[in-house]
Design a protein around this ligand. Structure first.
Ligand code: TXA
Ligand code: MG
Length: 337
């Protein structure tokens, strides 16, 4: 694998590799993606092999611009056009009825497709050079922490990808909001930087949020792997602890001889040499930006436990709380995915 500065030559080379059916890792504003030509089933198959991801999990197709929507989706509701206009390029994925010719390998055999235009100059340059849709899940092994730097991609995928375009650290830091517009009621399948309120302001009604209503819980097989209870997980057991108990809990574990890493937000560092204490930004944007890099660092520290200070229960923190909840459930199962 080669990691490269994303100059014009590298972008041209990446587009060539995509045309040849190879995998290219690309930066987006959310996380790094593992990209392949979305119209080439064999190339898309390589994504699943590289990630170790179940083949029925659909992929997001990244588009050069909103004009490309009509090539991938049909029966496009007005709300989709309004949202694309408001948030693209940006961290919002729209689930729409798929157009003919969109491969089953991309959609997991469903009659819908996930589409977004990413807000990153390198991704947009590559998409423009390639001129078609790039299927790209997050560039991590299945179930693991999404990469927010080119180095993370290398850690995750070793030599399974032909080229990594290094676009620096991702600005947003957590994956896009996924909004299902393929059925009567818009529903957020995965929360992200674009909130239910942001969406409501554009379409004039508030989307349902998966997990918030009883009906959503009754749905069959997971359509969103990011919605599996265990996901985004470090190998070290991770636990969420209320602020008031954070220091006490860390001390108790250290007292039993465990090595403890802490991701704090508001609780001050007790400067106890037995802990690796990491202070996260106190605001949701900063917190999301640093989250995955911090989790990787704490995971690699050799700690027996990662304690994470529980987050405020407010809309601003919802998407981050979602990721941390899943990280807690999936943690401590190194290399089982
Ligand atoms: O921010 C992001 O969305 C990043 C960057 C690279 O764009 N991508 C990302 O991809 O997070 P991935 O594959 O790790 O997560 C995409 C999610 C999956 O959980 C998948 O199940 C869901 O999108 N998805 C894709 N197409 C879908 C569809 N037709 N219906 C329901 N869910 C879909
Ligand atoms: Mg992912």
């Amino acid at each position: 694998m080669r990691v490269t500065e994303p100059d014009a030559a590298a972008i041209a080379r990446a587009a060539e590799l995509l045309r040849a059916g190879e995998l290219v890792a690309l930066p987006t504003e959310t996380v790094y993606g593992l990209g392949a030509d979305a119209l080439n089933p064999a190339a898309v198959g390589r994504i699943f092999a590289a990630k170790g991801r179940p083949a029925d999990h659909p992929l997001i197709v990244h588009l050069p611009d909103a004009e490309h929507l009509v090539r991938w989706a049909r029966a496009i509701p007005k709300e989709a056009i309004a949202l694309a206009r408001a948030f693209w390029p940006g961290p919002l994925t729209l689930i729409l009825k798929r157009e003919e010719g969109v491969p089953d390998e991309v959609t997991g055999g469903q009659d819908t497709v996930g589409l977004r235009v990413p807000d990153h100059p390198v991704a947009l340059a590559l998409l423009a050079a390639f001129g078609s849709g790039i299927a790209a899940p997050s560039a991590n092994r299945f179930g693991r922490i999404s990469p927010t730097t080119a180095t993370h991609v290398v850690e995750e995928l070793g030599d399974k990808v032909a080229l990594v375009l290094d676009g620096g650290p991702c600005q947003v830091g957590i994956e896009s909001t996924i909004l299902d517009l393929s059925r009567d009621t818009p529903e957020i399948l995965r929360p992200g930087a674009v909130s239910a309120d942001d969406i409501a302001r554009v379409i004039g009604r508030r989307p349902a949020v998966k997990g918030e209503t009883a009906a959503a819980a009754e749905e069959p097989a997971p359509r969103v792997s990011g919605a599996l209870a265990a996901h985004y997980a470090p190998g070290t057991p991770l636990r969420l602890v209320p602020a008031a108990m954070l220091t006490e809990e860390a001390a108790a574990l250290a007292g039993e001889g465990s090595r403890v890493a802490v991701l704090a937000r508001s609780v001050e560092d007790p400067e106890d040499a037995r802990f690796l204490w990491h202070a996260a930004p106190a605001d949701p944007k900063g917190y999301a930006h640093d989250l995955y890099a911090s989790l990787r660092m704490l995971d690699a520290s050799g700690a027996d436990f990662i304690l994470v200070e529980a987050l405020p229960d407010s809309p601003d923190w919802r998407a981050i709380a979602d990721r941390l909840g899943r990280a807690a459930v999936g943690s401590g199962e190194a290399d089982e995915t």
